[in-house]
Design a protein around this ligand. Structure first.
Ligand SMILES: C[S@@+](CC[C@H](N)C(=O)[O-])C[C@H]1O[C@@H](n2cnc3c(N)ncnc32)[C@H](O)[C@@H]1O
Length: 240
């Protein structure tokens, strides 16, 4: 598939559709029924199908990157928590790592996840790798063979325990592990985008980011559900 820049035109396609109700709800819990109904009527889910993205989260990165231009042709990008691979799809398009535009420099996308990730042209995956393990850093360093990355991305999320504060703490701890990795492997001037859930430690994470990057801000793309405590830190100009 030829990857072009996806602008917000996909919104018009879905805005006209009528609200649908899911079929075959027998045996499903109320929570499952609500989830199915939300998926069925979610404009970003529809747009993800339309544009062949592996999941709706692609639109969060597209929106952030359209606005802040973090990903450029020729860049090396590390995508943490990459499964099923939608952010990696966006990164492949933007850094030209599949060589889709021969006139532009060819970048590199390396995705890391605990889970298996289906192959994607233009991306290399360290599947079954835990971001918090030293062995993952070693594997990444080996892949990079001395090179450094222009950007780190993280849409990681731990398996939800149902305890909000605990999930928040686990996510922040994973983000800090990624930051340690970025501290070693990010080029001076590089960028980082990292998902967090709002909570007691979000400010601490922001402070830590501010010690490493000259410009740190919170962003909430439209594809991030309003009712979700999800937010993204965009950190630019890595100091050293
Ligand atoms: C919301 S999904 C990411 C979706 C992805 N950005 C996309 O667009 O396809 C969160 C991912 O974080 C991964 N994850 C959770 N803990 C992790 C860890 N310790 N190391 C690596 N990945 C982890 C999960 O396995 C899951 O695939």
């Amino acid at each position: 598939m030829m990857w072009g820049r996806v602008q917000n035109s996909w919104l018009h396609v879905s805005a006209r559709s009528l609200k649908k109700s899911p079929q075959n709800l027998k045996g499903k819990s109320v929570t499952e029924q609500r989830w199915l109904e939300r998926q069925l009527n979610d404009q970003f889910v529809k747009a993800a199908h339309l544009h062949n993205y592996r999941c709706r989260s692609a639109f969060k990165l597209l929106e952030i990157d359209d606005r802040y231009k973090v990903l450029k042709p020729g860049f090396t990008v590390i995508d943490c928590g990459a499964a099923p691979g939608a952010w990696s799809q966006v990164a492949v398009q933007r850094v030209n790592s599949a060589g889709q535009d021969p006139a532009l420099p060819k970048g590199r996308v390396i995705g890391i996840d605990l889970l298996h990730i289906s192959p994607l042209e233009g991306a290399e995956f360290l599947a079954m790798h835990d971001i918090t393990m030293a062995s993952t850093l070693t594997a990444l360093e080996k892949l990079l063979s001395g090179a450094q990355a222009h950007a780190f991305l993280s849409d990681m999320a731990p398996n939800a325990t149902g305890f909000r504060e605990l999930d928040h703490e686990r996510l922040v701890s994973m983000c800090l592990s990624m930051l340690d990795m970025a501290d070693r492997l990010l080029k001076p001037g590089g960028s980082l985008i990292c998902k967090c859930w709002d909570g007691a430690l979000a400010n601490k994470l922001q402070q830590k980011l501010s010690t490493l990057f000259k410009d740190v801000r919170k962003v909430k793309p439209k594809a991030s559900r309003k009712e979700s405590s999800e937010l993204f830190f965009l950190a630019r100009m890595f100091k050293t």
